[in-house]
Design a protein around this ligand. Structure first.
Ligand code: 13P
Ligand code: 13P
Ligand code: MG
Ligand code: MG
Ligand code: MG
Length: 381
């Protein structure tokens, strides 16, 4: 029977400011789901990274199901009431609309859903990132499903050798394209290297795949960006689900992209480039310069609608090197203050005073007719 994994996340308030969720609010969300999900879902798990609460649910109602989305929406609403009472910073930040209207997409929370035919064993990893944007998944997802130096299974496992199909969204124009790897590798990279414009939305097996013909095997949240295509509304701290093993990347191949740090956009005020740092649940809070941007990975198996796990995948010395590298990169980048490429280009900043400064200074700008140093200054201006 088809089973759906729905992962829905939102920032509904933090302590003291964008740093970390507050446990009583997480508890309220968890209790709401527990007490209102009978007959709707077969299992769920609540987690969090930084200021974002994450609900992973298992059910048989398919993707985009109004009742499932409403359950998550109402749970976040209930959590927001607690956040408001306590006076958390940014209470209800990601609940952009007042009333639920059938689909949570476009209302603020991020959604990643996989409708699958479960295998005998169905292992998967849920990745959660804070202080960055969906394009931060482009690099690691490409490495997992497209790069044989990361995933030797692409070369040595006959069930993976045919490669995978990628669904890429052009988030500025609201269009999507399917590209098939390995044959379309260079076209794919041409797009997804521009990670603020093109984002990997889903990965599929190909119909030549011997174990899982045309199954969706990975999905990333892209909501806030996609629903207002063309108009910049800020970054959406993303999450993703990746199925692993038996003809898919092995657990270790799905973690390997994070063994070194890499640069992503987000960090302070959503306006800076900074290093991605893999962390365990015990380090899922944002401190230095509101970061550095972090990723957490929780490993589950699912059987007959029930979850076992999670394993806190990055809570391991094997990722200390990546963490140290990220800290060194953070030092290096921070020295640049408000200079690019630490600070993002104007059009990608979440906050900017530049239009106001330009307006204030407009009359001070003069046409360039260069007559040498200080010629105008000497004229007494
Ligand atoms: P096991 O032989 O322990 O199942 O591991 C197989 C594998 O794919 C490891 O990467
Ligand atoms: P969040 O997107 O995690 O709410 O962070 C916003 C911010 O401005 C951090 O400096
Ligand atoms: Mg926040
Ligand atoms: Mg956040
Ligand atoms: Mg953000």
């Amino acid at each position: 029977m088809k089973t759906t994994i729905s992962h829905i996340k939102a920032d509904i308030g933090s302590l003291p400011g964008h740093t970390v969720v507050y446990q009583p609010v997480v508890d309220e969300v968890e209790n709401y789901v527990k007490n209102n999900s009978e007959g709707l879902i077969s299992d769920f798990h609540i987690s969090h990274i930084g200021d974002d609460i994450q609900i992973t649910m298992v059910h048989t109602r398919g993707a985009d199901n109004p009742e499932i989305h409403k359950l998550a929406w109402d749970a976040f609403k209930a959590g927001t009431e607690v956040a408001k009472k306590i006076g958390l910073y940014g209470a209800g930040q990601d609940l952009l609309k007042d009333a639920f209207s059938g689909n949570i997409k476009g209302m603020g929370p991020g959604v990643a859903e996989l409708e699958i035919t479960p295998r005998k064993a169905e292992p998967f990893i849920v990745y959660m990132m804070d202080k960055t944007e969906p394009g931060a998944f482009n690099y690691p997802i490409y490495k997992m499903f497209g790069d044989p130096f990361n995933t030797p299974g692409l070369v040595i496992d006959p069930n993976m050798h045919m490669g995978f199909k990628f669904e890429v969204w052009d988030i500025y124009n609201g269009k999507k394209i399917y590209l098939s790897l390995p044959e379309d590798t260079y076209d794919l990279l041409a797009f997804i290297g521009s990670k603020s414009k093109y984002v990997i939305k889903r990965v599929y097996t190909k119909n030549t795949h011997t174990k899982l013909p045309d199954e969706n095997v990975a999905v990333i949240t892209t909501d806030k960006l996609s629903f207002i295509a063309g108009e910049y509304v800020g970054k959406d701290d993303p999450a993703g689900i990746v199925r692993i093993q038996s003809g898919l990347p092995a657990s270790g191949e799905a973690l390997e992209p994070f063994a070194n740090s890499y640069l992503v956009s987000g960090w302070m005020r959503g306006s800076f480039n900074g290093p991605m740092m893999p962390v365990g649940m015990d380090n899922a809070q944002m401190t230095r310069f509101d970061g550095p941007p972090r990723v957490m990975a929780l490993g589950f198996v699912m059987k007959e609608g029930k979850l076992a796990g999670p394993v806190d995948m990055f809570r391991d010395v094997a990722f200390d090197y990546a963490r140290n590298e990220a800290l060194n990169m953070a030092n290096y980048m921070r020295r640049m203050g408000v200079f690019e490429p630490h600070r993002l280009p104007d059009e990608d900043m979440e906050y900017t005073a530049l239009p106001k400064i330009l307006e204030k200074r407009a009359q001070d700008f003069k046409k360039i007719e260069d007559k040498g140093a200080n010629s105008e200054m000497k004229g007494g201006q």
